[in-house]
Design a protein around this ligand. Structure first.
Ligand code: GLC
Length: 548
C-alpha cells in the first residue's frame, strides 16, 4: 500500500523555542506562521507542533488544562486557524501533539475528580487508598496523596500530570470527541504522546525491580492497548482520508510495533520507538556511555528487517526530549558540518518516515549549560535534586545533565547572528546558544554547502526516487566499528549508502560499486573516482547503480 506518508518528511516544531513574534521571550503561533517559507524551502511535508494548548507549563505544555483552546502565551484559536490555513496554502500538513495519557492537575476534569470520592468524574483518574511501588519518569513515587479526600492519585510523569483512567468508557468517548473537533477544524493528524501507556493493569500490581521505570511492565503495551487504539481509529479516523497518526511508544518492541502499525488492524500509521536512543547509556539515561556503532546498526537493522513487509517506523535522531545528535553520535567540533550531514544522510536513506527536529537542519549542537540555574526542564531539575540529596557529587550530576538533558534540544532556534539569534526581541525563556553567531539559518541559507541545503537535497531524494521511500533494505558490514553501510533496492535501482563515523580515513570493502554514480555526498567529488570506497573523515556517500 502506498500511503502518502511513506514518501513524506515530518518537521517537528517546538513552539516555545521556534520564533517569538511578541517579544515575551517565548515562541508563539504567529512566530511559526512568519517562518513557513523557510520550512517550505527545506521541502518538508508535515509540521508537528509540540503542545500549544492551555497549560500551567509544568512539563512545558505536556500538562494540558484545556484540550480545545490555545494557551495565551502561544496565541488564540484565530491565530491557530490562520497558521493552519497558511500551512495548507503551502501544500504542507499540520499534526498536533495528542497528550491523553494524562491531563494537567488543573484540567477541570481533574478538579472535579479530586473534589470528592463520590464525584461522577472520580473514576476518570486512578485513585487508591495506598500507593503501589511504581516510579514516576520524573523521579520519586508515581503516586501523590491528595489531602482533600485522603486518597492517592497515579501520575507516571509529574505530580501535575495525573493519569487518565482509560478503562472508563466516558474518558475514551470524551477524548475521541475532542480529536474529531480538531480534525473537523482541519488538522491533519496527531502525534500521540506515550500512547502505549494508556492501558494499565487495573489491579495496579507492584512492579519488579527498583529503578526509574519500576512498574512499567504493568502499563507499557498494557492488556487493552490494541483494543483502545483500534477503537480510537474507528471512532475518530475512519472515513477521513490523508490523516497521519504517529504513536510515541517508549519500550515498544519490533514485534509489538508490527501489530500497532499493520494497516489491516487499524491502529496507528507508524510508531516512534526509542531503542536506538538508549544505546549510549548504562543503568539509566543519566549514565551516559559512548555509542558502539555496531550496536546502533544491529538495532536499526533489526527494526528495518522486522517492519520490512508489514508496518512502518518513524526515523529520528532528535526531538524535544533528546540531546542534539551531532554532539551525541557525531562531532560538534572540527567536523561538525560533515558529521551533521552524515547523520542526516544515514537516517533519511533508511526505510521509514524521517523526522527533522528544529535546528537539526542547521547542525545545532548541545548547549554549554554552566550551572543548574541554567536548566529549565522538570526532568533535569528533579533528577538533580534527587541525586544530590542521595549523595551524588553535584558536578557529576551536572555532567550527566549536560550530556543528556532535554534542554539541549530546547534552546531557541538560531535564525541569525544577532543578540538572541533572531528568536526574540525580549529575554529568551532559555538562553540562546552563543554559537548562533556561526550556526544560524541566515548563514546556512546563503551557503550552498550548508547542512540546511544537504537536508533539502535529502528530502528531495525521498520525494523523487521511489527507491528511497519504497525500496527494500540490506545492512552491510554489520561488524565494522566505524562504517555504516547499507543498500536499498527497488525496481532495478540500487543505492549504496555509506557513512564513516570517525575522524580518520577508512576503506569499505564492498565489491561492485567502483565508478558507480555519486548521487549525494558531503565532500566535493574526487578528481580520481577510481579511488574506490575510501571514506574521508565523517564522509557520507549515496551511490546509485541500475540493473539492466
Ligand atoms: C513524552 C513527551 C515528553 C513528555 C512526556 C510526558 O515522552 O515527548 O516531552 O515529558 O511524554 O507527557
Amino acid at each position: 500500500m502506498r500511503a502518502w506518508w511513506k514518501a513524506a518528511v515530518v518537521y517537528q516544531v517546538y513552539p516555545r523555542s521556534f520564533a517569538d513574534s511578541d517579544g515575551d521571550g517565548i515562541g508563539d503561533l504567529a512566530g511559526i506562521a512568519g517562518r513557513l517559507d523557510y520550512l517550505a524551502r527545506l521541502g518538508v511535508d508535515v509540521l508537528w507542533l509540540s503542545p500549544v494548548y492551555p497549560s500551567p507549563q509544568d512539563d512545558a505544555g505536556y500538562d494540558i488544562s484545556d484540550y480545545q483552546d490555545i494557551d495565551p502565551t502561544f496565541g488564540t484559536l484565530a491565530d491557530f486557524d490562520a497558521l493552519l490555513a497558511a500551512v495548507h496554502e503551502r501544500g504542507m500538513k499540520l499534526v498536533l501533539d495528542l497528550v491523553v495519557n494524562h491531563t494537567s492537575d488543573e484540567h477541570p476534569w481533574f478538579a472535579q475528580s479530586r473534589s470528592s470520592r463520590s464525584d461522577p468524574k472520580r473514576d476518570w483518574y486512578w485513585w487508591r487508598p495506598r500507593p503501589n511501588n511504581w516510579r514516576s519518569a520524573f523521579s520519586g513515587s508515581a503516586w501523590e496523596l491528595d489531602e482533600a479526600t485522603g486518597e492517592h492519585y497515579l501520575h507516571l510523569f509529574s505530580r501535575k500530570q495525573p493519569d487518565l483512567n482509560w478503562e472508563n468508557p466516558e474518558v475514551r468517548a470524551a477524548i475521541h470527541a475532542m480529536m474529531r473537533w480538531w480534525l473537523d477544524r482541519g488538522v491533519d493528524g496527531f502525534r500521540m504522546d506515550v500512547v502505549n501507556f494508556l492501558s494499565k493493569d487495573p489491579a495496579l500490581p507492584d512492579g519488579s525491580g527498583a529503578g526509574a521505570w519500576t512498574g512499567a511492565e504493568h502499563y507499557v503495551n498494557g492488556p487493552r492497548i490494541h483494543e483502545f487504539l483500534h477503537e480510537m481509529h474507528r471512532e475518530v479516523f475512519e472515513g477521513r482520508a490523508e490523516t497521519l497518526t504517529v504513536g510515541e511508544m517508549p519500550g515498544v518492541t519490533v514485534e509489538e510495533a508490527r501489530r500497532f502499525t499493520d494497516p489491516a488492524r487499524g491502529e496507528v500509521d507508524m510508531v516512534f520507538q526509542f531503542e536506538h536512543v538508549q544505546l549510549d547509556q548504562g543503568a539509566s539515561k543519566w549514565d551516559p556511555r559512548p555509542l558502539d556503532l555496531r550496536e546502533l546498526k544491529a538495532s536499526l537493522g533489526r527494526w528495518q528487517a522486522g517492519l520490512a513487509d508489514t508496518g512502518w517506523n518513524s526515523l529520528y535522531w532528535n526531538n524535544h526530549d533528546q540531546p542534539r545528535v551531532v554532539s551525541r553520535f557525531g562531532d560538534d567540533g572540527e567536523h561538525r558540518v560533515r558529521a551533521a550531514k552524515l547523520l542526516g544522510t544515514i537516517l533519511h536513506l533508511h526505510r521509514g518516515t524521517p523526522y527533522v527536529y528544529q535546528g537539526e537542519e542547521l547542525g545545532m549542537t548541545n548547549a554549554p549549560f554552566a550551572a543548574i540555574e541554567d536548566f529549565r526542564d522538570i526532568e533535569s531539575l528533579n533528577h538533580y535534586a534527587e541525586a544530590v540529596a542521595a549523595g551524588s557529587a553535584p558536578e557529576e550530576v551536572l555532567a550527566a545533565l549536560r550530556a543528556r538533558g532535554r534542554d539541549n534540544a530546547r534552546t531557541p532556534m538560531q535564525w541569525d547572528a544577532s543578540e538572541h539569534a533572531g528568536f526574540t526581541t525580549g529575554t529568551p525563556w532559555l538562553a540562546v546558544d552563543p554559537n548562533h553567531v556561526e550556526i544560524n539559518a541566515r548563514a546556512a541559507l546563503a551557503d550552498p554547502d550548508s547542512v540546511f541545503h544537504h537536508y533539502r537535497r535529502l528530502i528531495e531524494l525521498r520525494h523523487t526516487l521511489p527507491v528511497v521511500a519504497h525500496g527494500d533494505f540490506t545492512m552491510l558490514l554489520a561488524e565494522h566499528d566505524r562504517i555504516y553501510a547499507f543498500t536499498r533496492g527497488h525496481e532495478g535501482v540500487e543505492l549504496l549508502v555509506l557513512g564513516n563515523f570517525s575522524g580518520g580515513t577508512v576503506t569499505a570493502e564492498i565489491p561492485g560499486w567502483e565508478g558507480a554514480e555519486l548521487l549525494l555526498g558531503n565532500y566535493a567529488q574526487r578528481s580520481e573516482p577510481a579511488a574506490g570506497l575510501e571514506l574521508r573523515p565523517w564522509e557520507a556517500r549515496v551511490l546509485r547503480r541500475l540493473h539492466r
